[in-house]
Ligand binder design. Structure first.
Ligand code: RAT
Ligand code: ZN
Length: 411
């Protein structure tokens, strides 16, 4: 029995075509936002932070280098001079291998020759196939000038890419939001009164129509609270939650990021902190008709989130985000979720910023699923349940795609 369970789980996990519910990827048609290739892979901000730690140079020195030299310097610190043992560094080794490159022998030039950095549908297709990914959800910012231009031009979006409307600036400081809105020709007053909120809502409604997102999303600091007297709570109540209800859109909350604790590191300068999940409790309980996708950045918050999800069926925990997307923590978190929720969560998302990230991040997620599921199904069989191949396949599909698609109303 044990060996058939292990075969069945492995086969189901190998075969499943993933829906990746949170990435930062863009289709080839959004050419200036496309990121792929060896230099993109090596200048991932996860690796930049590690290389600056290892290399003894200042962030200012590093960022003054042209991108090609940045990549070469990261390669030197994390691969040539030492063993690439971190999660992100080992990811590069896995990408190289998937493209037939022996990184130790062929070095950065081997990787540059094998990976392509120009936007291309055929190359994207190859990477999706290698990674076993069916569709990815993007992160779409309606206030980002470059991204807006692509949408306003009406560039086609390949069907493998789904949109998610990102709301971070709408839930921060009202004064800063006013400036961002003014830059795109929308004027609101400093009062944040009901006319202003109606204007914000109209703006978002226009972008929902244009992007046709599968959910709305924001990331929040550990201090995120709801309800509060701050404008962010009013924006949630008057704009975002009504839009979720009206358009049947889930709201994704990514909580626990401490932005720019070291601004010198730029994109690599964010850290994490423990959140107050009372905000999630209140949102889920006072909006039973809205579905909330929730992920938390601190290891310490994972158990509380799972317990809350037991109480509110409209709350769907998803993925192991950023600093908890490591071999040790993904196993701990996923086993915990299975133990308290059964297979009613989304196992993983990649957070890929560069196309080829899909390859290693989903390879790791598959290995995680095999470990956790073989263990659980073996226990289940020992407990007296005659496990079948069919049920394993169904559960694997739920964890890698169907739970998300159903909750997003995308099936
Ligand atoms: O994982 C990352 O690359 C982070 O920089 C963030 O993008 C984070 O995932 C987010 O979406 O805010
Ligand atoms: Zn992200």
């Amino acid at each position: 029995m044990e060996s058939s369970i292990s075969t069945w789980v492995r086969e189901a996990v190998d075969r499943v075509q993933v829906i990746d519910m949170h990435t930062h990827l863009f289709p080839p048609s959004f050419a200036s936002l496309w990121r792929s290739g060896a230099d993109g892979v090596l200048t991932y901000h996860y690796l930049i932070a590690e290389a600056i730690r290892a290399g003894g140079r200042s962030p200012e020195w590093f960022y003054a280098l042209p991108p090609r030299e940045q990549a070469a310097w990261v390669y030197e610190q994390l691969f040539a001079r030492t063993s690439p043992l971190s999660e992100a560094a080992m990811g590069v080794v896995a990408i190289a291998r998937a493209f037939g490159v022996d990184l130790k022998r062929d070095g950065i030039e081997g990787l540059r020759a094998a990976l392509q950095d120009e936007p291309s549908d055929a190359y994207a297709e190859r990477v999706f196939q290698l990674a076993g990914v069916d569709r990815v959800v993007m992160t779409n910012d309606p206030l980002d000038a470059t991204e807006r231009a692509h949408w306003l031009d009406g560039r086609p979006v390949h069907p493998r890419y789904l949109a998610a409307l990102r709301l971070d600036p709408f839930l921060g400081d009202w004064g800063a939001l006013r400036e961002r809105l003014a830059a795109v020709g929308v004027s609101v007053s400093s009062a944040a009164d009901s006319a202003d909120l109606a204007e914000v809502r109209r703006f978002l409604e226009g972008w929902i129509a244009r992007m046709r997102p599968v959910y709305l999303a924001f990331s929040a600091p550990p201090e995120f609270a709801y309800p509060t007297d701050f404008t962010a709570s009013r924006v949630l109540d008057a704009c975002i939650l009504p839009l979720c209800r009206e358009y049947g859109l889930p709201l994704a909350l990514m909580i626990g990021v401490r932005r720019q604790v070291n601004p010198r590191l730029r994109e690599a300068g964010d850290a994490s902190g423990r959140a107050n999940l009372t905000a999630v409790l209140r949102l889920a309980s006072s909006n039973p008709e809205v579905r909330f996708f929730v992920t938390v950045l601190s290891r310490e918050d994972q158990h509380e989130l799972v317990v809350l999800a037991r109480k509110f069926a409209n709350l769907l925990p998803f993925g192991c985000w950023w600093f908890v997307n490591t071999e040790t923590l993904t196993r701990e978190i996923s086993a915990l979720r299975l133990e308290l929720l059964g297979p009613t969560f989304v196992l993983q998302h990649s957070d890929a910023r560069v196309l080829e990230h899909l390859v290693y991040k989903w390879r790791n997620a598959r290995a995680l699923a095999v470990d956790v599921l073989v263990h659980k199904y073996t226990q289940l069989a020992e407990a007296g349940w005659p496990v079948t191949r069919d049920e394993i396949e169904r559960v694997v599909k739920r964890l890698f795609r169907d739970n998300f698609l159903e909750a997003a109303g995308a099936v």
